[in-house]
Design a protein around this ligand. Sequence first.
Ligand SMILES: N[C@@H](CCC(=O)N[C@@H](CS)C(=O)NCC(=O)O)C(=O)O
Length: 230
Amino acid sequence: MIDLYSWATPNGHKVHIMLEECGLPYRVHPINIGAGDQFTPEFLRISPNNKIPAIVDSDGPDGQPISLFESGAILLYLASKTGKFLPGTDRQKFEVLQWLMFQMGGVGPMLGQAHHFRIYAPEKIDYAVKRYTNEAKRLYGVMDKQLATHRYIAGDEYSIADIAIFPWLRSWQNQGIDWVDYPHLKTWFDTIAKRPAVQRGVQVLADLRQPLIDDKARENMFGSTQYRTR
Ligand SMILES: N[C@@H](CCC(=O)N[C@@H](CS)C(=O)NCC(=O)O)C(=O)O
């Protein structure tokens, strides 16, 4: 059985979708990151970087339990466990890995900063808003160009790279994006959004999520609580 520690955010959604796509049984443990659940000693033992998502699989590679944090590592683990959504041949596998890394190193961090400076920052810093909105547009452009000639982001097959990217693009409005500029990416987005497992995945914990607007949530996410030594 897989224990999932998560919250209804883009990084959480990647793993929710993958678990649903693979049809793996799992038990959900909500980690309310606005309320500060990510700082409990129990959660930090599983996820030392105080971030969701994390999993504990009682049936790890050697039959022993394994605990994992970082959504990209979890997607790779689940792909390896099930043999799904990561091609077997080296050429295709590395195509997928390069787009997975593009998501983990670019799309996630940059769009996360776009959300931060466009929505959550207590002061509007024009330079930062422009910088991350432009970066969001640039990344959407890269994906649109790739999808002009490929069905999925890494080629002909749906893969963990698509699963990693999709949840971040659901918040396109918060990133200053107009879909008109990215027609190929929009077609891909609509195709992925229709998948039944994706629809189930984005519903996981959705009823518990609240906007990060109160002072306690802001303090937990962006204030001194983040920087306390633990
Ligand atoms: N690189 C990490 C990023 C995870 C991440 O940023 N998680 C956010 C929610 S989307 C979180 O848990 N934030 C809580 C915090 O920073 O205290 C991954 O992909 O798993």
